[in-house]
Design a protein around this ligand. Sequence first.
Ligand SMILES: [Fe+2]
Ligand SMILES: [Fe+2]
Length: 194
Amino acid sequence: MSILEYELRVKTSPEWVDVAKADFDAFLKDHAACERKAAALAMSMVQHYPDKPDLIRGMIDLAMEEMAHFREVIKIMLERGLQQDNDEKDPYINQLLKCIRKNGRTYLLDRLLIFSIVEKRGHERFMMMGLALKDEKMKDFYVRLAKAEYRHYTLFVKLAHQYYEAEEVQQRLDELLDAEAEIVRHLPFRAAVH
Ligand SMILES: [Fe+2]
Ligand SMILES: [Fe+2]
């Protein structure tokens, strides 16, 4: 395992995939919103850190890739006659964001590591969904997205290492992985990515 990789501390139960597949339309709508929010978030990072060229380059590429995912999910939704719902608060993301320390120096570190963990969880869940789907096209789609999420999770760790000392990154990652595992353990399963 490279310095850019780590394991999540709680595995998603296979029950989640059953719940998500049981209302696949709702899952698709939530998934589309996740891609759109991921793109918006990457663009907000671009605007927030004008003095960090590597972060800007990485986040613009990420925003474009998340928008491409959004376009694909929307296409699938429109083919099925589905409309987007109003945005609801994502309880998983909200609880994770509460872990961000407001202190100026570590604010970026916390954001990078939390976004990394969200991508890693996305990788796990899209892979589960891909393996559970029967339709070949949809299966391939989710496996392909899972692979993209893998790259995204390591991109955020790489940026964290670029702007902070390795020891501090590891220590904070350790705390945030524990926090994320607690959040996942307590959240009910929904027909949604989280
Ligand atoms: Fe994505
Ligand atoms: Fe992503």
